[in-house]
Design a protein around this ligand. Structure first.
Ligand code: HPA
Length: 245
């Protein structure tokens, strides 16, 4: 059973047949909301809205540990994350889909490991390749099956938020080699790895990053909203195909 974590613009899956909702608790507190169990194309899936079902939890306050723990507890086989992002390069225009293969973490102060405190021995994970290669390939196959195109590979920069970046910060991320920028990629990916859960992400570019092209003068939120709505319809189709590939 695959898990889908939906981000901004994807707080429910309209093409999912819902079977039950489960409110769970974990040793790390409560997840962002109930786990929604059901089927897509007859395959079992579980869905979780990262920011809560009313979109009330900002990126830095998401209980990433509880979310990942709850999904592990539900015995999912892997996690597909859907995340809206800003595009740093010209070819990553709003509406572009990307399946990143690398991450740079600029977040701070988030609980980013299960292995701390008490009697828990420290564990260092290998994170050379932060995304699961097999799940990435499956995601890319689903994107093709849905008649969509995605950029295969790229560097996701995870910033702290909830504010958007300055133009100088985006220039820095660009110099660092980042292609897209979002606020929730970390510590989510690392926590999934700590629990040996395959994890891949689909980045949905909803705006040019601060200071770039159409965002040169500033980021226009009503435009983001339009792209978000239109793109998430496409992502829903991709997710439906995921159960077939
Ligand atoms: N920056 C950070 N996170 C984002 C952006 C952005 O420009 N767009 C959507 N999520």
């Amino acid at each position: 059973m695959l898990a889908i974590i939906g981000g901004s613009g994807l707080t429910q899956l309209s093409n999912m047949e819902i079977e039950r909702r489960e409110v769970v608790r974990t040793p790390f507190g409560e997840p962002s909301g109930a786990l929604v169990f059901g089927r897509m194309c007859n395959e079992p899936v579980v869905f979780l809205a990262r920011h809560g079902y009313g979109h009330t939890i900002p990126p830095h306050l998401v209980n990433y540990r509880a979310n990942i723990w709850a999904l592990k507890d539900a015995r999912v086989s892997g996690i597909v994350s859907v995340a809206s992002v800003g595009g740093i390069r010209a070819e990553l225009a709003p509406g572009t889909l990307m399946v990143p293969d690398q991450i740079i973490d600029y977040t701070w102060g988030r609980k980013s490991t299960f292995f701390e405190g008490g009697d828990t021995p420290v564990r260092h994970i290998d994170f050379t390749h932060p995304y699961d290669q097999a799940l990435r390939q499956r995601l890319l196959a689903a994107i093709s099956a849905a008649g969509e195109h995605a950029v295969d590979g790229g560097v996701y920069a995870s910033t702290q938020g909830p504010r958007l970046e300055t133009a100088a910060e985006i220039n820095r991320l660009d110099r660092d080699g980042a292609d897209i920028v979002g606020m929730t990629g970390m510590p989510e990916a690392a926590l999934a790895r700590e629990l040996d859960l395959p994890y891949a992400a689909i980045g949905v570019v909803v705006n040019y990053a601060a200071g770039r092209w159409s965002s040169e003068a500033g980021i226009h939120f009503p435009d983001i909203e339009i792209v978000l709505q239109e793109s998430m319809l496409r992502v829903r189709n991709v997710l439906e195909c995921l159960c077939r590939v």
